[in-house]
Design a protein around this ligand. Sequence first.
Ligand code: FAD
Length: 177
Amino acid sequence: MFERGDYISFANCGLPYHISGRIKERKSLLLQTPERLWTNFRIEVRVRNEVLAIDPRGKLVRARNLTTGDEYTESYDYLVLSPGAYPLIPPIEGSGAAMFMSLYDLPGMDAMIARINDQRVQEAVVIGGGFIGVEIAENLIDRGIKTHLVEMLDQVMTPFDPEMAGIIQARLASGGG
Ligand SMILES: Cc1cc2nc3c(=O)[nH]c(=O)nc-3n(C[C@H](O)[C@H](O)[C@H](O)COP(=O)(O)OP(=O)(O)OC[C@H]3O[C@@H](n4cnc5c(N)ncnc54)[C@H](O)[C@@H]3O)c2cc1C
């Protein structure tokens, strides 16, 4: 298993809740480790190894060890692609600025916590009132940060009926997490 980051199997769902401190221990976000996958399943995990190219005919992948910079090939019988996705950031003017952050993984969470602490953030804007936006808003409120949630449609949590979304919206507006 190739993973270009430092971690495998962390609880993305818990990231917003560590920002508020509701999940106290950062380490409790880490579920599986390379060592455990080896011990339990004999899966060899290579963190900080990025797959650069696939050769389906030769059944080879080309990878780079991000620690040493070395490139090498590895053969396979079957290849499973599970590289995940990136957060969709619409072309909003200024969204490349350093102030603009998105929450996607552990390093992103660490950066957000550092920003909040270092700059003593008092007020934040969350763009997008879907599941993750609402969770982030909830947890920023929990930290005592004045939070504005901006949603372009006429309700938050669009998979829900307006009656149910209205309950969430009222709760958010009252400042209750
Ligand atoms: C803040 C947040 C909260 C969430 N809350 C929930 C929730 O409550 N419930 C829920 O069901 N889902 C939730 N999700 C969604 C859930 O985390 C994702 O659906 C899930 O992680 C997708 O798993 P995946 O393995 O497809 O991708 P990922 O978890 O993104 O894993 C893909 C991995 O592939 C690695 N990779 C990519 N390209 C390469 C390459 N070329 N070489 C080597 N490695 C590579 C990446 O570094 C990454 O670690 C949440 C997500 C976020 C960000």
